[in-house]
Design a protein around this ligand. Structure first.
Ligand SMILES: Cc1cc2nc3c(=O)[nH]c(=O)nc-3n(C[C@H](O)[C@H](O)[C@H](O)COP(=O)(O)OP(=O)(O)OC[C@H]3O[C@@H](n4cnc5c(N)ncnc54)[C@H](O)[C@@H]3O)c2cc1C
Length: 371
């Protein structure tokens, strides 16, 4: 057996999940090639970077998945930082959710994991919080990473250091299979030529566009618009997560504000006046003084969403073509566990019972009745 061929893999899509998986395989001596259309359209550059299994109110297997990833993240990030020389801004800063009524607070799915705050506690935690909020839940265990400015770049460098080959600006047009085994892809490369690339294994990591590459993958884009404002350093030291809007303060006082959730926007690009207005109303409802802080940037992107809002991880219908997509609102959080499990699964390494359960629960097969 030629081990170089056996230990080669194509990563289809070089966004956050593709880069994370590429890094995992490359560190373990795989020969990895990433084929990707456009790095700047990746949701990995769009996200707010919250690591928030509790604040997002995840439930059941998704909560377990998020918590398992949260455990892996510190070590995973340390490796990326060592290989890239970039500090990724990982911070367990805590996330605070304000509520108007105790009834709503108690209905929150992860209520039992949070610390209850009354109005005095709330105002002590966040000076300048809108007075309409009466109660709060603090998830001190949740945090953030600076995905947009640091993690994505760090992953790219860490991949390069580990000899990952990048083929950027190339669009995957077709999966080539023989007798239902994956053999390669046809692509349109950056100079407009059609090219075939052959390999024994590949993983589809095309985010919101995955269905265009493998039609059976039930993914739709959910557009999100974001903006950032520059505040004074340390004015806000926790993430403030309201019902429609969140404020994520970075170390240097930049506050990332998100996000609209637009299910019918398809792949329509650009910010809209309504989208920006919605975010501004959200800022005012949470932290009114911030509405006067200078706006720095606005941007948008597409969350990969499945019918049950859970990821798709594991096999496709074609042998040796694997899938890792559908991470919807929590791909930054889920990236560590996804890359870890995908490597073990493809290498046939022993999976812990909990890991095998993720593979079973998040398999493409669950949609076979509707695909
Ligand atoms: C507004 C917003 C806020 C978010 N906030 C958070 C957050 O706070 N915390 C969190 O955990 N998650 C968050 N997310 C979710 C997270 O960003 C995504 O789940 C994650 O980035 C998905 O990663 P991915 O690699 O699957 O897709 P992407 O990062 O989108 O990458 C997909 C890549 O595939 C490439 N591609 C697509 N089609 C083809 C093709 N045919 N050929 C070649 N290449 C192709 C694209 O060019 C792209 O580079 C947010 C997302 C959005 C949009």
């Amino acid at each position: 057996m030629n081990s170089e061929i056996e230990n080669s893999i194509l990563i289809l899509g070089g966004g956050l999940i593709g880069l994370s998986i590429a890094y995992e395989f490359a560190r373990k001596n795989y020969k990895v090639q990433i084929i990707s259309r456009n790095r700047s359209e990746a949701a990995g550059f769009v996200a707010a970077g919250m690591l928030a299994p509790h604040a997002e109110g995840l439930e059941d297997d998704l909560l377990d998945f998020g918590k398992a990833s949260q455990k892996l993240i510190p070590e995973w990030i340390k490796n990326i930082e060592n290989d890239s020389g970039i500090n990724c801004g990982l911070k367990q800063c805590g996330i605070l959710l304000p509520f108007k009524s105790i009834k709503n607070l108690k209905k929150f799915p992860t209520y039992e994991y949070g610390q209850y705050l009354n109005q005095n506690d709330l105002n002590r935690e966040i000076h300048g919080l809108n007075k309409s909020w009466k109660h709060g839940l603090l998830f001190a265990q949740d945090g953030q990473i600076d995905n947009r400015r640091r993690l994505m770049r760090a992953l790219e460098i860490a991949c390069t250091v580990n000899n990952v080959k990048f083929q950027e600006g190339s669009e995957i047009k077709e999966i080539i299979s023989e007798k239902n085994h994956f053999v390669g892809v046809n692509i349109l490369n950056a100079t407009g030529e059609t090219q075939s690339i052959f390999c024994k294994k590949a993983i589809v990591c095309c985010g919101a566009w995955s269905k265009q590459v493998v039609n059976e993958i039930p993914i739709d884009p959910v557009k999100g618009q974001m903006l950032s404002i520059q505040g004074p350093i340390k004015k806000l030291n926790k993430i403030l997560f309201g019902p429609k809007t969140y404020l994520v303060p970075r170390e240097d006082g930049l506050i990332v504000v998100g996000a609209t959730v637009e299910k019918n926007a398809n792949f329509n690009k650009g910010n809209t006046p309504q989208g920006i207005k919605e975010l501004q109303i959200g800022i005012n409802s949470l932290f009114p003084e911030a509405i006067l802080w200078p706006q720095m940037e606005h941007w948008w992107g597409f969350r990969p969403s499945t019918p049950d809002l859970k990821p798709i991880i594991g096999e496709s219908k074609i042998r040796n073509l694997f899938i890792a997509t559908g991470h919807y609102r929590n791909g930054v959080l889920f990236s560590a566990i996804t890359s870890n499990i995908m490597y073990k699964f493809i290498q046939n390494e022993h999976l812990k019972e909990s890991e095998q359960k993720f593979i079973n629960n998040f398999s493409l097969k669950r949609f076979s009745a509707i695909s």
